[in-house]
Design a protein around this ligand. Structure first.
Ligand code: AKG
Length: 322
C-alpha cells in the first residue's frame, strides 16, 4: 500500500468534507469551523442563523446608511450605481460591467506569466499554459488554478479592486459597514476525469449559497470571452430574498438543480456569458453555481464585499484544512 502524501491527505480531507453525508462532512470540517470560531467568536451565530430568512431580515435592519463619496473617477464609464443597487435588491444580480481593454490585457498577461495552485492545493503549482502536463505530472485531474495572494502583485487587478464605483455600490447595497472581504483570480480548466468531489471543491455544477458573512456582494469579471463551452456562471434570480423552508433549515449550502428548481422557476436561472472583460455583481446568498469548462479555460476575477472582517485565507478563497 502506498502512503498518501501530505498534500493528497489534505485534499482528501477537503474532498470528504464536501462529498460525504452531512454528518461526516461536518466532522471533517470541524477543524475549519474551530479556526473560524477562534478567529471570530461571532462567526458561530452567523453560521447558524444567517441561513434563515427571519434572522437575515433582522440583520439587514441593522445596516448603517451609506457614506456619500465625493465625485469619483471610475473605469466603468456610465454605469449608474442606483440601477445596479435596484437590480440587486429585486433580482440579486446586475450585469453590464466592462473592464477597459488595457486593464483586462494586463491581468491576462499576469495570469499567463504567474504560476497558479491546482484544486486549491499549494502543492500543485504550475504555469496555466502547462495545465495538461501538470495533470500528467501530478497524476490527477486539475479543475481549477488559483493565485491566492499572488493576485496582490498585479497592479491592474488592484486598480479594479480599488475602483470607487464597486465600493459605492457595495455601501449602498450592504450598508455603511461594507468592506472588502475577497480578491481572487482563478482558472477553471476543461479536464477529462474530474470527480464529483473535485467539482464540489471548485463550486461547480451544484447550486449553493455563500455563508461567509451576514451580508455579502460579489463582483465577477471574465478576463477571456465566456460562452456555453467555457463554464459560465449561473445565478437564480430572486433566490436571495425567497427561500424554501427546507433550504433555510438545512446544514448544507449545496443542493442539486432538481431540488433547487422544485422551488424556483427554470426561467429564474440566468447563464452569464459575455465577451472578454464582461462583469456582473450578485448577492451570493442567492443560489448560484459555476459550470464545468468543456472547450476552453475560463479566467475569472472576484472582488467581494461583506460587513465583517475577513481572514487572510478567506480573502483569497483558500479553504482552511488541517
Ligand atoms: O466559478 C464560479 O462561477 C462559481 C464561483 C462561486 O460559486 C463562488 O464564488 O461562490
Amino acid at each position: 500500500m502506498v502512503a498518501a502524501s501530505p498534500s493528497r491527505q489534505r485534499s482528501d480531507l477537503e474532498t470528504i468534507s464536501r462529498s460525504a453525508g452531512p454528518l461526516r462532512r461536518m466532522v471533517a470540517r470541524a477543524p475549519t469551523y474551530f479556526a473560524y470560531l477562534r478567529e471570530n467568536p461571532a462567526w458561530l451565530a452567523m453560521f447558524v442563523l444567517a441561513r434563515t430568512m427571519p434572522a437575515r431580515r433582522a440583520h439587514w435592519l441593522s445596516a448603517r446608511p451609506a457614506r456619500p463619496l465625493p465625485d469619483f473617477p471610475t473605469m466603468f464609464g456610465d454605469i449608474r450605481r442606483s440601477h445596479a443597487v435596484a437590480a440587486l435588491r429585486s433580482e440579486g444580480l446586475f450585469s453590464g460591467f466592462l473592464l477597459p481593454a488595457a486593464i483586462r490585457e494586463e491581468i491576462v498577461r499576469f495570469a499567463m506569466a504567474t504560476a497558479c495552485f491546482g484544486n486549491f492545493d499549494r502543492h500543485i503549482e504550475f504555469n496555466p499554459a502547462d495545465h495538461r502536463k501538470a495533470e500528467e505530472r501530478f497524476g490527477r485531474s486539475i479543475l481549477s488554478g488559483h493565485y491566492f495572494e499572488r493576485i496582490l502583485r498585479c497592479e491592474a487587478a488592484m486598480s479594479v479592486q480599488r475602483d470607487p464605483l464597486l465600493f459605492d455600490i457595495a455601501q449602498h447595497y450592504l450598508g455603511g459597514e461594507a468592506q472588502l472581504i475577497t480578491t481572487r483570480l482563478w482558472w477553471s480548466f476543461p479536464t477529462r476525469a474530474a470527480t464529483d468531489s473535485d467539482m464540489r471543491l471548485a463550486s461547480l455544477d451544484k447550486y449553493h449559497f455563500d455563508l461567509d458573512d451576514w451580508r455579502m456582494l460579489k463582483f465577477f469579471f471574465y478576463l477571456l470571452p465566456v460562452d456555453d463551452g467555457c463554464g459560465p456562471h449561473i445565478y437564480v434570480r430572486g433566490s436571495h430574498v425567497r427561500r424554501a423552508l427546507r433550504h433555510q433549515l438545512t446544514p448544507l449550502v449545496g443542493h442539486s438543480a432538481k431540488d433547487v428548481f422544485r422551488f424556483y422557476s427554470a426561467e429564474s436561472a440566468v447563464t452569464l456569458t459575455g465577451s472578454a472583460g464582461f462583469g456582473f455583481v450578485e448577492d451570493p446568498f442567492g443560489f448560484h453555481t459555476g459550470t464545468v469548462a468543456k472547450r476552453s479555460p475560463r479566467l475569472m476575477m472576484e472582488i467581494g464585499f461583506g460587513v465583517s472582517p475577513p481572514s487572510r485565507r478567506r480573502f483569497h478563497g483558500e479553504p482552511v484544512v488541517r
